[in-house]
Design a protein around this ligand. Structure first.
Ligand SMILES: [Fe+2]
Length: 134
């Protein structure tokens, strides 16, 4: 079970709230027993990952973040890996624990390095709305 710590805070409340939501959902994967329930959680998680990345990408565009394409490419790679894990699970070739370990490790490193660097660069632009509601 992944535990949230202060070392994961980026300083942007909306982004932090979404990161906590992601970890909650990743942890939820471990509590599901039937393949149907696990696949349903995969679907929710996929939607939430895409929603979260689009929030970050919108923020980076609005603030003209200098490393936007590098950061977005890493998001794209993660979505590809996630989809390939989902396919492997659906085909019966993956233990859900492997996905839990991969995702929580990936997210922790990504937040600590890339997201913190991004928020640090743009934190002077506090007038920018991060909310994803159009
Ligand atoms: Fe990110």
């Amino acid at each position: 079970m992944f535990k949230w710590t202060k070392s994961l805070e980026t300083g942007n409340q909306e982004i932090d709230r979404q990161h906590m939501g992601l970890f909650d959902m990743i942890n939820l994967l471990e509590t599901k027993k039937s393949p149907e329930d696990i696949l349903k959680t995969f679907e929710f998680l996929e939607e939430y990952i895409k929603f979260h990345f689009s929030t970050e990408e919108r923020l980076m565009i609005l603030s003209k973040y200098s490393k936007f394409s590098e950061h977005r490419n890493i998001h794209i790679l993660l979505v590809h890996s996630f989809l390939s894990y989902k396919e492997q699970f659906a085909a019966g070739n993956l233990d859900v624990t492997q996905l839990h370990v991969f995702l929580s490790g990936w997210l922790e490193q990504h937040i600590k390095i890339m997201d913190k660097r991004m928020i640090a660069e743009i934190c002077g632009q506090s007038e920018i709305e991060v909310s994803s509601e159009d």
